[in-house]
Design a protein around this ligand. Structure first.
Ligand code: F0G
Length: 459
């Protein structure tokens, strides 16, 4: 980075560092240290980018806007376009597949379904591997190359795995992924196989896989690519910057995301907080996180918070009771012990948002409703619309407020779920899920008359 760029970016030397987020610890470490939790207290780490408020934030905005039309491969990435706020130099060995730059759609039918005047959706399923994981993976694999890693590993419910497999392959690194056997959609698993990852199927659930990753993380042969890796969060936070650009820097009232391992909510929270500190925005949007009822440890903890904790005048809890046997058909978020819960909780409370849970029925119908807007997504993503409907009914979101739902995965990530919903065969052990917006295929005679009759009947 030239001194001129650094000045405009508001960054002052020394460069970024890794920092423990536990307020009683706050230990700092160099960027090259391959650590995933604080070696001193075991707390979560984040990157302090040492950003300094620029005298004129418009300079940064203009530069980012100009890069959107640039032909340089690095600028084609929705991550590296924001290099000024990332802990990387211009000379970094960028591992990119043109991630980010995802669209924002208006979704009028979903808005009406939720009782709102308008609703926008930022669709992260438009990323190279079809999920929001790619922005973070671009940053994590770039860091893996910088520190000379040879093998990158992750635990996954499917999307992190597909993303890691693709980005590691692109960087020429070996990748190994730990999946809960029989609990990952066939489409996601197929992606990882195709990208050449070593796929290790574990008898257990995602939380068991994550525990193994934490055990493996001190082995020097292994580079952990889960969202406990703070470089993943750096890549993912750019989604908040990109969203604000797409909103012409007008802050939405609410941003709503699904909650699983809580990396996404942590990353968006960090992005918005940084923009506030940089003077790029004047207030934070309320960050609302939605979990599936059968896998909602953080929603439960949030319900029990005392008013002074919500106001930030007394500390947030130190422990969270995990869900031992998480259950949901939204397999992407079938997680009982989210590793990044502390960062996510801090971000939600700071913004004045909420963490709630929605039922399987609510998720399934919300997903079909998003489909009726011509916008497909995977089940976990649909928790957003189910959650917005619930939050609107409870008065937390008002009819005329500006709301953005972040859709996290592509509809083709889990075609079995979609097909079962529409054919009326979707069920969890608690019973069948009756689709309010079912659209089963019809068997029709091979004749013009039969087809016209069918069209008239279904109008
Ligand atoms: N939506 C989708 C489609 C996901 O794949 C995930 C997480 C989430 C939402 C939740 O995001 O974990 O950052 O809170 N998938 C991870 C995986 C766990 O392994 O693919 P989160």
């Amino acid at each position: 980075m030239t001194p001129r760029t650094a000045k405009a970016a508001g960054r002052k030397p020394p460069r970024a560092e890794q920092r423990c987020i536990v307020s009683t610890c706050g230990a700092t470490y160099g960027l090259r240290e391959r650590i995933y939790v604080c070696p001193r207290c075991g707390g979560p780490l984040e990157i302090d980018c040492r950003l300094r408020r620029p005298s004129n934030p418009a300079v940064l905005r203009k530069r980012w806007a100009a890069r959107a039309t640039s032909k340089l491969p690095r600028d084609a990435s929705g991550v590296w376009r924001y290099i000024e706020v990332l802990p990387f130099d211009e000379s970094a060995p960028f591992v990119t597949l043109s991630e980010g730059r995802t669209p924002v759609f208006h979704a009028p039918r979903s808005a009406k379904y939720c009782g709102l005047k308008d609703l926008r959706m930022k669709h992260q399923g438009h990323n190279p591997t079809g999920s929001f994981k790619d922005t973070g993976m671009s940053a994590a694999m770039t860091q893996a190359v910088i520190v000379g890693a040879r093998t990158a590993v992750c635990a996954s419910t499917g999307n992190t795995a597909a993303s890691l497999a693709a980005y590691a392959a692109h960087a020429g690194l070996q990748s190994a992924i730990l999946l809960p056997r029989g609990q990952v959609s066939a489409a996601k698993l197929a992606q990882s196989l195709d990208y050449g990852a070593l796929v290790l199927e574990i008898d257990g659930n995602f939380d068991d896989c994550m525990r193994l990753i934490q055990e493996l993380s001190d082995d020097p042969a292994i580079y952990v690519a889960n969202s406990i890796n703070p470089f993943r969060i750096e890549g993912q936070k750019t989604v908040a910057y990109e969203l604000m650009e797409q909103c012409s820097w007008q802050v939405p009232d609410h941003v709503v995301v699904p909650g699983g391992n809580m990396g996404n909510s942590s990353a968006l929270g960090k992005g918005f907080q940084e923009m506030l500190e940089l003077g790029l925005i004047k207030r934070l949007p309320k960050l609302n996180v939605i979990q599936a009822e059968g896998a909602a440890p953080l929603a439960k903890l949030f319900t029990g918070l005392e008013p002074p904790q919500l106001k930030g005048s007394t500390p947030l809890p130190d422990t969270m009771t995990p869900v031992e046997n998480p259950r949901t058909l939204a397999t992407a978020i079938k997680i009982g012990a989210p590793v990044s819960w502390k960062k996510a909780l801090r971000a939600v409370v700071r913004s004045g948002g909420k963490i709630i849970a929605v039922s399987e029925q609510e998720i399934a119908d919300a997903k079909a409703m998003i489909g009726r807007d011509g916008i497909g997504c995977e089940p976990a993503s649909a928790t957003t619309v189910a959650g917005i409907k619930k939050l609107a009914a409870a008065g937390h979101i008002r009819k005329n407020e500006d709301v953005v739902a972040v859709l996290t995965g592509h509809v083709l990530k889990d075609p079995d779920y979609v097909s079962n919903y529409h054919r009326g065969t979707l069920s969890l052990d608690s019973g069948p899920i009756a689709g309010a917006f079912r659209n089963a295929p019809e068997r029709v005679a091979a004749s013009k008359a039969a087809i016209l009759e069918c069209l008239a009947r279904r109008q």
